[in-house]
Design a binder for this molecule. Structure first.
Ligand code: SAH
Length: 214
């Protein structure tokens, strides 16, 4: 039989072996229990390094991808972060341990409500979850030190680039929805934007407008 402690050790070992080496990110991923964000049929598989289905036909990302994206974002404890694509809320919960303030938006109200309930239960008081079309960013709270997009667009959305502070970093998957996508890091300086291609990934598409039920 596998104990909880053994399962957690295996989970962290798998993250390290996939290249998640940042100590703050590993600590956050040790503290936040992914099983809290995976309900029902798939709950027993929460510690496996695979994406899993959640409500509204969406997915909770693979833990190693969450770790690699979080570390690519180079979050500091003073940062105000925007996440586009709340989904289950797992990535936002990890970010809440790394940043000062996290805003997370999803186009599906049902996902936002469910995620907010988990944040409240886990006492993650520095996260604000909102129903919104994240392709427009969050103008009321802009600019942001860091922006993380967890759904794939063909190109980085203009409003998100505009809402990034000078010195800010955005990490996002780009590419056609069903074809190969690349995870890229955009860094904004006084002179403009620099783009680094990090690795191939596969995300659900960034869709404009709110979900039907929202
Ligand atoms: N970060 C999530 C996984 C996200 S899956 C987690 O940790 O579980 C991608 C999410 O992006 C989906 O929930 C989808 O509804 C959302 N999404 C897609 N297009 C969007 C848009 N334009 N604005 C906001 N959310 C969007």
């Amino acid at each position: 039989m596998t104990t909880d402690a053994e399962r957690k050790m295996q989970f962290l070992f798998a993250l390290r072996s996939k290249g998640v080496t940042d100590a703050r990110v590993l600590t956050a991923m040790e503290l936040i229990d992914r099983a809290q964000f995976v309900r029902g049929y798939f709950a027993g598989r929460a510690y496996e390094d695979m994406p899993l289905p959640i409500a509204c036909g969406q997915t909770i990302s693979q833990p190693s991808v969450v770790g690699l994206m979080s570390q690519a974002l180079r979050v500091s404890p003073r940062d105000k972060v925007l996440e586009v694509g709340t989904g289950s809320g797992y990535q936002a919960a990890i970010l809440s341990h790394l940043a000062r303030r996290v805003y997370t938006v999803d186009r599906h109200r049902r996902l936002v409500v469910a995620a907010q309930a988990i944040f409240t239960r886990l006492d993650l008081t520095n996260i604000t979850a909102l129903t919104a079309d994240g392709s427009h960013g969050l103008p009321d709270q802009a600019p942001f030190d860091r922006i993380l997009v967890t759904a794939a667009a063909e190109d980085p959305p203009g409003p998100l680039l505009a809402q990034l502070k000078i010195g800010g970093i955005m990490v996002l998957p780009v590419g056609q929805s069903d074809a190969v996508q690349s995870l890229i890091r955009v860094t904004r300086s006084e002179d403009g934007f620099t783009y680094d291609e990090l690795r191939p990934v596969r995300f659900v598409p960034l869709v404009e407008g709110l979900g039907k039920e929202s």
